[in-house]
Design a protein around this ligand. Structure first.
Ligand code: DLZ
Length: 163
């Protein structure tokens, strides 16, 4: 393609695209499941609110946030998902374990994004205590599950706008 063939097209900005033809994979950590179940429920409800069909939303669980990277990679390779949402919640404890899990999952999911054509959404809460997590799943800081779902829809629209 030469410069003169290039047509400027934009995907939708500040609007939520229709998700009725989109397929989603959601991988969820069982650790802190009072939080992750809530984020999952809100993410699924949001995808459906924008038209996603229940049969086009595949949900799978992994033991902890560290396993989200492997789970998301498997979903990328073996499903038709247009976007994958990785949902977890890491709560700071008394040891450096928090830092290792956070950096492992963050770097792992970031790497998946650079090596694949399927966007992987970072749906991991990294918080200092349980209350901060509660605040982010329907409390004073809104519901991040909804945010993750909207990001997934927008990223699929972004990919499709390039085709
Ligand atoms: C071990 C561990 C700890 C201490 N804390 C959390 C956490 O707050 N959130 C979370 O999702 N997972 C935690 N895990 C489990 C690790 O993610 C992982 O499952 C184990 O280290 C086994 O690989």
């Amino acid at each position: 393609m030469s410069a003169k063939d290039f047509k400027f097209t934009a995907n939708q900005v500040n609007t939520i695209p229709d998700a009725s033809e989109m397929q989603f994979g959601i991988v969820v950590s069982e650790w802190n499941n009072d939080i992750t179940d809530n984020l999952l429920e809100n993410a699924v409800n949001t995808l459906k609110r924008y038209g996603a069909k229940e049969e086009n939303i595949l949900v799978k669980h992994v033991p902890g946030s560290f396993e989200l990277v492997y789970g998301a990679a498997c979903m990328k390779d073996s499903t038709m998902a247009d976007a994958i949402i990785a949902i977890g919640c890491v709560i700071r404890g008394d040891t450096p374990h928090f830092d290792y899990i956070c950096s492992g999952v963050t770097q792992g999911l970031a790497e998946l994004n650079t090596e694949s054509d399927v966007p992987v959404i970072y749906g991991v809460l990294t918080v200092n205590d349980h209350q901060q997590a509660l605040d982010r799943c329907g409390g004073s800081a809104g519901n991040k599950g909804e945010e993750f779902a909207l990001t997934a829809i927008k990223m699929v629209d972004f990919v499709w706008s390039l085709e």
